[in-house]
Design a protein around this ligand. Structure first.
Ligand code: GLN
Ligand code: ZN
Length: 750
């Protein structure tokens, strides 16, 4: 009988089954526990993970997948890429100051890790950066390797690869023109060399270098960097074996060819994101003398692995590589920890799911099955989702959907709404006070009944309406007090969606989210928002804006079925939203906002896939909104200012009004959007709500004047750059008062 292939995973959740790391860290920040207590919690979580993985039967267990906040930040600290402003701090205080700021020192910038919802801290590098192994023999990967070893568990330390690290970094502000972090490669590789030698000295047999940046389209300079870095590391006289792990898609062909020229022993390939990697591997003539660590179990999604599909890919790989090991497509950081904790999930849905623990078991089982030690399960045990024929038939019958001509819509809305030039509004949510959260939690736990809950929400809505009238805003909102989250709120009400009790996934630092699971055909049993919106509208003569989450964002922030193209699923969500818009109109709502903050986030990593994505994303938005009457004003909102590649798509959404983050990027996007052919209303955010600072009237006036130079004032909107749920009332009131005053002043001088 052939030997079973080795099995491993690329990484594991570190927050703990009961989010112990989150709570301990927050206790430490609040001064309730000291550093030693926090370290003790961390060590016990690490020990649990290593033990669990070993007991699951993996041949190799990873280490250094733990982090107090973020693995990119860990790398910056490890190589001493610490900007001067943090240097007077030490230890955990320095670390957390870099992560979240401290008195007088702002944090490092934070941004999304590739196309996931995990956020990392962006390294800030200067031309004269001098990397060094800051803690020498006590460097974190060494410490954790030895810690596991002391428990009798041999591990494979995981590092962020030097190329990815530099490609994710940014040049320090005000630095030298033309400098790119990648210019620092040689110095960084020397530090990695020292670390690898030390790890070898400590006994480590293999090290994993994560290089997800090799997935996508690389420039020639970047491919050269890959070759240079791994030639150098491969040539080290005494080092562990090297596994270069790529993930989140198919590796760039040039990068794979470059790796093949070096002495590294193994490459990790993501085999869940299409067949791209098998083709790329074949096109470079395979890796006949190396190991391919085959990412056959999806680390990004929650569905069980189909052993037949895994077997087919494995068979192809055997012909293309010297050795094949079985693994996950990426770290399991991106999925919840344990399905067994979900008592409330429907059994049919549960039967299709695997969370991190279950995925580890799948990897181990695949090792036995593919090695012939166990038979392939007789029947595919994946139950297919129920089909909703009614939804499918309605979508098939819809045909081409479009709204009226934009000039006609503009005229119709102007007549119907009678708004001033430079109309003022907000993005939807108002501050979520402790009372609101308590009422929601009490209702969920059954401590208060429906009537008491409704009364509490209505009271809050009424308060927010009175406040907005007092402030003099033109288009009001109900404030979203009833929403725990802009995606989960809808997921809980749509058929085809499930929500979990404990399915936490780290988003950044101690912040975790619980993405809902979209498992079947989507339908809307009853209106989802009309009750609150129409109550708010009944309290005022001014228009109240209805508030919905768009189809792309619903998918981006959920785990989504993978048995049909995302485009189909998006159309089903869009149809439900389309019905909701009809109901809102019938309830007297004349302005409706469909938020799409995740439109940019789902953009594929490869240029070649952009057009197809943007096509379906735009089509879904238009399907959702095109049933609205010409007199109904459709707004959309996005929370980023760097439109770049998606500016044309934003214009193509054809919302009547688009609000965007702009307070930090000045008003450039106003002209950018016009250039992309967008002629409808635009609300460049004039208040950066991400900080508690109250912007002055003058500052907002200045931005608005720039906007009206580029756009007809009847089409300029005045609004903050995002929702206000994370702000407190004092700064909210003061800022909105200034915002209205700025609009009034600019109007007076038109
Ligand atoms: N309407 C949402 C809110 O105001 C929009 C949130 C977002 O853009 N992320 O909270
Ligand atoms: Zn926003």
């Amino acid at each position: 009988m052939p030997k079973s292939p080795n099995t491993t995973i690329l990484g594991y959740p570190r927050i703990g089954a009961r989010r112990e790391l989150k709570f301990a860290t927050e206790d430490y920040w609040a001064g309730r526990i000291d550093a030693a207590a926090l370290e003790a919690t961390a060590a016990s979580l690490r020990a649990q993970v290593w033990t669990e993985l070993r007991e699951a039967g993996l041949t190799e267990v990873p280490s250094n997948t733990f982090s107090f906040y973020d693995q990119v930040l860990d790398t910056s600290v490890m190589v001493d890429a610490v900007p001067d402003r943090y240097r007077r701090l030490t230890g955990l205080d320095r670390y957390f100051a870099m992560a979240r700021g401290a008195r007088e020192v702002p944090a490092l910038e934070m941004t999304k890790w590739f196309d996931t919802n995990y956020h990392y801290l962006v390294p800030e590098l200067a031309l004269d950066a001098r990397f060094r192994l800051a803690d020498g023999a006590a460097a974190k990967p060494l410490r954790e390797y030895l810690e596991a070893r002391a428990l009798g568990i041999e591990t494979r330390p995981v590092l962020i690869g030097p190329v990815t690290y530099l490609l994710l970094a940014k040049a320090e502000a005000g630095g030298v023109e033309g400098f790119q972090p990648l210019d620092l490669l040689d110095g960084l590789v020397e530090v990695y060399g020292e670390l690898l030698e030390r790890l070898a000295g400590a006994g480590a047999r293999r090290v994993q270098l994560d290089e997800p940046a090799l997935v996508g389209d690389l420039t020639e300079a970047q491919v050269t960097a890959v070759r240079r870095a791994y030639t150098r590391l491969g040539d080290l006289p005494s080092r562990p074996r090297l596994l270069v792990a790529t993930y989140f898609g198919a590796v760039d062909r040039g990068a794979l060819a470059a790796l093949a020229e070096t002495k590294i022993e193994a490459v990790g390939l993501d085999l869940t994101a299409g067949t791209g990697n098998l083709e790329t591997l074949a096109s470079v003539g395979g890796l006949p003398y190396r190991t391919v660590v085959a990412g056959l179990v999806d680390g990004r999604n929650v569905w069980r692995t189909d052993p037949r599909r895994a077997k087919a890919a494995y068979a192809v790989l055997l012909g293309l590589a010297g050795h094949v090991e079985i693994s996950t497509s990426c770290s399991l950081l991106h999925v919840p920890l344990d399905l067994e904790a979900e008592a409330g999930l429907d059994a049919a849905v549960k039967g299709r799911l695997a969370f991190a623990r279950q995925k580890v078991a799948e990897v181990a089982a695949l090792g036995r099955v593919l090695g012939g030690a166990e038979p392939l399960p007789a029947e595919p045990d994946r139950v297919l989702p129920a089909v909703d024929e009614r939804v499918r038939a309605r979508l098939d019958a819809l045909g081409e959907v479009r709204r009226g001509d934009r000039a006609a819509r503009f005229a119709a809305q102007r007549a119907a709404l009678a708004l001033p030039d430079l109309a003022t509004t907000t993005i939807g949510s108002f501050p979520q006070t402790a009372e609101i959260r308590t009422a929601r939690a009490d209702h969920k736990a059954g401590r208060i009944d429906d009537a008491a809950y409704t009364a509490a929400m209505r009271q809050e809505i009424a308060r927010v309406i009175v406040l907005q009238e007092d402030l003099g805003l033109d288009v009001l909102v109900h404030g979203e007090p009833e929403r725990n989250d802009m995606v989960q709120y809808f997921a809980e009400q749509l058929t085809g969606y499930a929500v979990t009790d404990h399915g936490w996934v780290q988003s950044y630092g101690t912040r975790c989210v619980r993405p809902p699971i979209l498992y079947g055909d989507i339908s809307r049993p009853r209106p989802m928002t009309t009750e609150w919106a129409s109550y708010a509208q009944s309290l005022t003569a001014k228009p109240v804006k209805g508030m919905l989450t768009g189809p792309v964002t619903m998918l981006a922030w959920s785990f989504v079925r993978d048995d049909q193209p995302l485009a189909h699923t998006a159309r089903q969500v869009a149809l439900a939203l389309r019905d909701e818009i009809t109901d809102l109109e019938a309830a007297g709502i004349r302005v409706i906002q469909v938020d799409e903050p995740a439109l940019r986030e789902l953009l594929p990593l490869r240029q070649a896939d952009h057009a197809a994505y943007l096509d379906w994303a735009v089509a879904a938005f238009r399907l959702a909104t095109s049933g609205a009457a010409d007199t109904t004003q459709i707004h959309t909102h996005m929370c980023y200012s760097e439109f770049g590649e998606i500016i044309g798509a934003i214009a193509a959404l054809d919302a009547d009004v688009t609000s965007v983050e702009a307070a930090r990027s000045h008003m450039e996007l106003v002209t950018d959007l016009r250039r992309a052919g967008y002629q409808n209303g635009i609300g460049p955010g004039v208040w950066d709500i991400h900080s508690p600072r109250v912007p002055s009237v003058e500052e907002m006036e200045h931005n608005l004047r720039r906007a009206v130079q580029a756009v007809d004032p009847a089409r300029v909107w005045v609004n903050p750059d995002c929702g206000l749920k994370t702000r407190a009332y004092p700064e909210t009131e003061a800022s909105l008062r200034n915002l209205v005053a700025a609009a009034v002043k600019v109007r007076a001088h038109l």
